[in-house]
Design a protein around this ligand. Structure first.
Ligand code: AMP
Length: 501
C-alpha cells in the first residue's frame, strides 16, 4: 500500500458505480462521482501549494464537497484539520495561529474575518460553501489531479482539537495507523458490510462523525445517508432506508420525544450506536420499550479514537460502555497503583488507536501519554464483575468535599430516579467549610414540576450524607455543546458564589 488510509477508504470509489451518498434532498451520488470530486479537490490543493505534512484547516458545512476535501487532503499526504462550524472568528484565530495551515478553507461568509490572520502567517485562504461552490472549486479547474502521495502508518493524517471543556483546546495528532486500525476494529465488531446504509446526521468536524461514522462506512463499502445535521423530520423520513445509525445521546432522546418514532420506523435498522456523552439508562430503557432494540453504547475520545464497546451479540448494558476493543488495552489506575477489583480508577488505554501526542505541546503530551504508550484519559471508570466498563465521570469533575472523593455520576443516577426528574448534573462549588460542596442542577420532565427539596430528601438513606448535595436548583435545560456533552464548567461558573456569598 502506498497511502494506507486513502487506499482503504477512498481508492475503491474510483470503480464503484453503486451509490455512496444519499442526501436530504433525495439526490444520490455514486462512488465514482464522489471520486471525481476528490480528484478535483486534489488538483485544487496542489494549486494552493499544499505539500505532504502541511495542515489543511477547514471550517465548512458538512457536504459531499467537504467529504471530498477530507479525502483529497489524505491523498495529498497532508494533515486534515477540521474546525467546529460554531467557532467564532476569534476562536478560529487561536487554532490557525497554533497549527499554521498552508491552506484554510471557510464558508464565503467568513472569509473577510479570517483573511488578515492567514495573511499574517503566510497561509492561503479559499472558500467553499455547502453546495461545493467558492474559490476553492475554481482553483483546480483545468488541472490534472496529482498522484496520491505515499504515506507510512505513523505519518499524521489529521489534527483534531479537543473540545476544551476543562481547559485550553489541544490539537490531537492522529496518524494514518491510528485511524485505520480503529476503523477496522469497529467495522468488524459492529459487523459493517457493503450492504449497510448508515444514517449519518453527525457533524464531520468531530471524531464521532468523521472517523467513527464516515471511516467505518467507507471501509466496509456501505452507503451513507449524509445529512447536514440532526433534523428530526429528515431523520424520521429517511430512517426506513437505513440499516444502522450512530448518534449522540441527544439524538436518541429527541427521537423518543417524537411520537412518529415507532418500532415499525426503526425496524430496518440493525444497530443503533451511541457515544460521545453518557447515555442515560432511562433513555436506553425507553428506547428498548419503544423499538424492541437495545442501543449499543461505546466509549472513546478525540485522542484515542474508540476504546471500548458494548458487545454486538450479547448483553448491551445500560449505563456501561462495554469491553476494550480488539487491539486496545485498558486499565484503571489510582495514585497507589492499579485499582482494586470493582474500585474506581482513572482509565488508561494503550494500543494502535492512541494518538501521537498534542501538536506543539510536548509538556502536555508528556503529562498524559506515558513513555510506555499508556494514555491517561482523565475519565474515571469502574469495571463490574462481568468485565463491563462503567464511566464514573471525569477526574476533573470529581468533587472533593471535606476531604472525601465524590463521583457526581453516582449521585446523578439516583437523582434521575426522583419524581419528575428527567436528568441532573452534579458539580462541586467552592464552600468555606468543606472546600467544595456538592450541588445539584435538576431538569424536570416535560410538563412536570420538580421540587428540589423533595429531590434531595429522596437521597436520604440511599447515599452517605457527605455525598448528598447541599443545595439544588431546577432549570429548564442543561448547557450542552454540539456533541451533547453537559458543560459542567459553565454550571460551575454560573453558580460559583452559591455557598460563598
Ligand atoms: P471527545 O474528545 O470530544 O470525543 O470527548 C471525549 C470524552 O467524552 C471522553 O473522555 C468521555 O469523558 C466522554 N465520553 C465519550 N463517550 C462516552 C460514553 N459513552 N459515556 C460517557 N462518557 C463518554
Amino acid at each position: 500500500m502506498t497511502n494506507p488510509l486513502f487506499d482503504s477508504l477512498f481508492a475503491p470509489l474510483e470503480q464503484r458505480s453503486k451509490g455512496l451518498l444519499r442526501l436530504a434532498n433525495g439526490a444520490r451520488l455514486s462512488g465514482t462521482e464522489v471520486f471525481g470530486q476528490i480528484q478535483r479537490a486534489m488538483a485544487a490543493l496542489a494549486e494552493a501549494g499544499v505539500k505532504p505534512g502541511d495542515r489543511v484547516a477547514v471550517q465548512i458545512e458538512k457536504s459531499p464537497a467537504a467529504l471530498a476535501v477530507y479525502a483529497a487532503t489524505l491523498g495529498m499526504g497532508a494533515v486534515f484539520l477540521p474546525l467546529n462550524t460554531a467557532y467564532t472568528a476569534e476562536e478560529v484565530h487561536y487554532f490557525l495561529n497554533d497549527a499554521r495551515p498552508r491552506l484554510t478553507l471557510c464558508d464565503p461568509t467568513r472569509a473577510a474575518g479570517l483573511a488578515p490572520l492567514c495573511a499574517a502567517f503566510g497561509g492561503a485562504l479559499a472558500t467553499l460553501d455547502a453546495a461545493g461552490k467558492g474559490s476553492f472549486a475554481e482553483l483546480g479547474l483545468g488541472h490534472l489531479p496529482p498522484p496520491v502521495v505515499p504515506r507510512a502508518g505513523q505519518d499524521l493524517a489529521a489534527i483534531l482539537y479537543t473540545s476544551g471543556t476543562t481547559g485550553r483546546s489541544k490539537g490531537a495528532m492522529l496518524t494514518q495507523d491510528n485511524l485505520l486500525s480503529n476503523a477496522r476494529a469497529l467495522a468488524g465488531l459492529w459487523r459493517f458490510t457493503d450492504q449497510d446504509v448508515l444514517l449519518h446526521a453527525l457533524p464531520i468536524f468531530h471524531t464521532h462523525g468523521l472517523f467513527v461514522a464516515t471511516n467505518v462506512a467507507l471501509l466496509s463499502g456501505g452507503e451513507m445517508i449524509f445529512l447536514p445535521g440532526f433534523d428530526i423530520d429528515s431523520v424520521l423520513r429517511l430512517m426506513p432506508e437505513a440499516t444502522a445509525m450512530m448518534g449522540v445521546p441527544t439524538f436518541y432522546t429527541r427521537l423518543l420525544d417524537d411520537p412518529r418514532f415507532t418500532a415499525e420506523r426503526a425496524a430496518g435498522i440493525r444497530v443503533f450506536i451511541s457515544g460521545s456523552a453518557p447515555l442515560l439508562p432511562e433513555t436506553h430503557q425507553q428506547f428498548r420499550e419503544r423499538t424492541g432494540q437495545a442501543i449499543l453504547e461505546r466509549y472513546g475520545m478525540t485522542e484515542t479514537n474508540m476504546n471500548t464497546s458494548n458487545p454486538y451479540d450479547g448483553d448491551r448494558r445500560a449505563g456501561a460502555v462495554g469491553f476494550a476493543l480488539p487491539g486496545t488495552e485498558l486499565r484503571l489506575m489510582t495514585d497507589e497503583g492499579p485499582a482494586a477489583p470493582g474500585a474506581v480508577g482513572v482509565i488508561e488505554v494503550r494500543g494502535r488507536n492512541v494518538f501521537a501526542g498534542y501538536w506543539n505541546m510536548p509538556e502536555k503530551t508528556a503529562e498524559e501519554l506515558r513513555p510506555d504508550g499508556w494514555f491517561i484519559t482523565g475519565d474515571l471508570g469502574r469495571i463490574d464483575t462481568e468485565g463491563y466498563l462503567h464511566i464514573v465521570g471525569r477526574q476533573k469533575d470529581m468533587v472533593i468535599s471535606g476531604g472525601f472523593n465524590i463521583y457526581p455520576v453516582e449521585i446523578e443516577a439516583l437523582l434521575d430516579e426522583g419524581p419528575g426528574v428527567l436528568e441532573s448534573a452534579v458539580i462541586g462549588l467552592p464552600h468555606p467549610d468543606f472546600g467544595e460542596a456538592v450541588f445539584a442542577v435538576l431538569v424536570g420532565r416535560k410538563g412536570e414540576d420538580v421540587d428540589p427539596v423533595a429531590a434531595l430528601e429522596s437521597l436520604q438513606g440511599r447515599l452517605a450524607r457527605f455525598k448528598q448535595p447541599k443545595a439544588a436548583v431546577v432549570v429548564t435545560a442543561l448547557p450542552r455543546n454540539a456533541m451533547g456533552k453537559v458543560q459542567k464548567a459553565e454550571l460551575r461558573r454560573l453558580y460559583a458564589s452559591w455557598f460563598v456569598k
